[in-house]
Design a protein around this ligand. Structure first.
Ligand code: UD1
Ligand code: CA
Length: 459
């Protein structure tokens, strides 16, 4: 049977008080809309249509690579009006699954079960009972004595004080028989408090026609909470982070505190990984077995190999850290930093687009940019590669077992021969030979007979 999927994403999201269209706000590093698209992608090869309107160009740009098509709703006259716009594109029979772009954590299984409950003939609503139902559409039912079946949905703003006591709400997600859906939305009226065409009014139409209405309870609150305000977005973020943290704890990761953990992307972990409080992981991060991450590190798109230790307050992006390496505290690894096994990078050391071979060390206050560093090199405190001549970047190549003293400037392009030593305070602008000491600084002199100036006497 055909299943069409529609994601409504045309609304303004006034309560977000933001220039950005609501569905493009991010939850755990991914837009609300992308969360829903990733879920619909798991439902198989059904066509997904996104209804855009407010900020349409921006929203359409954001989903360009998703494979979903978009239909514009101009102006935005309500959720029922939104479905009117997409109706001509839907199949002639089967089921239409309608999702809200601002209900981001709906599970694929839940959506699938709802579509199955519809089966092309019933109207299936996803509902939930909330402690605080403020703002949501309420499920109005017949008295229990008469069977308690669903009679309709009344929007919060249109609800009577008695109806506002109802805690069973419509989650914004439904599966409707496509043929009837087209007919129902065409007949909607906007005679309500908001002057909008409410999709939710089709429920009473279905009841009037004797089409069975099934209200399926969502398996949990987090899956169906909507985002209408920054407060709700932050609340959902915490819930999602807690869920992710619990998943990691269950898989054996030792998080010091699941309430102080943020994952905005994907984290792959080996056995016996420890993560201290306040860390943020973004993009795709892989942590090998027995990796330890200290407090307050920010790690994005990185691979940290087995046994490496990242000390607190380190910032790692687009880098690879070899097995058993020691990084930080306060280290910064930028894109293209490739560190071999047992490398040590200490406090206030920045590494960019550089390869460090096994056992190389840069322990204090240094910069390595566009450098190739051999095994066991010791790179002194305060030394830097001058890799940029104002127009182009150049490489510095440091051979194995080299010692670079403190406060050196290596002016690229330059090669430091293997086993050589560069004296502290040197500015090296030409290649140095292997195995020898090179010093490039003014000679130290002592002036005999020099005296300190004396303070002039006050007049
Ligand atoms: C809607 C439901 C309400 C439900 C709630 C769940 C209606 C009338 N009400 O209310 O019963 O409890 O969701 O979260 O459906 N949209 C459009 N075009 C429009 C208006 C909205 O595409 O003209 C989109 C929005 O971008 C959003 C979704 O539809 O993704 C819901 O719109 P919103 O205005 O947030 O509806 P609610 O008042 O939350
Ligand atoms: Ca909403």
């Amino acid at each position: 049977m055909t299943i069409d999927i529609v994601i409504m994403a045309a609304g303004k999201g006034t309560r977000m008080k933001s220039r950005l269209p609501k569905v493009l706000h991010k939850l755990a590093g991914k837009t609300l809309l992308q969360h829903v698209l990733d879920t619909t992608a798991q439902l198989g090869a059904h066509p997904t249509t996104v209804i855009t309107g407010h900020g349409a160009a921006e929203v359409e740009h954001a989903i360009a690579s998703s494979g979903a098509r978009s239909v514009r709703q101009m102006p935005q006259l309500g959720t029922g009006h939104a479905i009117q716009q997409v109706a001509p594109l839907l199949a002639d029979e089967g089921t239409t699954l309608i999702l809200n772009g601002d209900v981001p954590l709906i599970g694929a299984d839940t959506a699938k079960a709802l579509a199955d409950a519809c089966g092309g003939s019933k109207l299936a609503l996803l509902t939930i009972v909330l402690d605080d139902a403020t703002g949501y559409g309420r499920i109005v039912r017949a008295p229990i004595a008469q069977g308690g079946h669903v009679l309709g949905i009344v929007e919060h703003k249109d609800a009577s004080p008695e109806q506002r006591q109802i805690r069973e709400i419509y989650t914004g997600i439904m599966a409707a028989p496509t043929t009837q859906l087209k007919r129902w939305v065409a007949a909607l009226k906007n005679d309500n408090v908001q002057g909008e065409y409410y999709l939710t009014d089709i429920v009473a139409m279905a009841v009037a026609e004797g089409v069975p209405v099934v209200a399926s309870a969502a398996p949990n609150e987090t899956e169906v909470l909507g985002v209408n305000s920054p407060l709700q977005l932050a609340d959902l973020e915490r819930r999602l982070q807690k869920r992710q943290a619990e998943g990691l704890l269950e898989s054996g990761v030792r998080l010091a505190d699941p309430a102080r953990f943020d994952l905005r992307g994907q984290l792959n972990v080996g056995q016996d990984v420890e993560i201290d409080v306040g860390c943020i992981f973004e993009g795709h991060v892989t942590l090998g077995a027995e990796v330890r991450i200290g407090a307050h590190c920010v790690i994005r798109d990185a691979v940290i190999e087995a046994g490496a230790v990242i000390h607190p307050y380190s910032h790692i992006e687009g880098a690879r850290v070899g097995a058993g390496a020691l990084i930080g505290p306060y280290a910064r690894l930028r894109p293209g930093a490739e560190l071999g096994p047992e490398v040590h990078i200490g406090n206030f050391v920045e590494v960019k687009n550089s390869t460090l071979a096994r056992g190389a060390k840069a322990n204090h206050l240094a910069y390595l940019g566009d450098a190739t560093v051999g095994e066991r090199v010791n790179y002194g405190a305060g030394s830097i590669t001058a890799n940029y001549d104002g127009a182009n970047k150049h490489r510095t190549v440091i051979g194995a077992d080299v010692h670079i003293g403190s406060n050196c400037v290596l002016v690229a392009p330059v090669n430091i021969g293997a086993g050589g030593t560069v004296g502290g305070g040197s500015t090296i602008a030409r290649d140095t030979p292997p195995g020898q000491l090179t010093v490039a600084r003014a000679k130290q002199v002592t002036l005999s007979g020099w005296t300190r100036p004396v303070k002039a006497a006050k007049k």
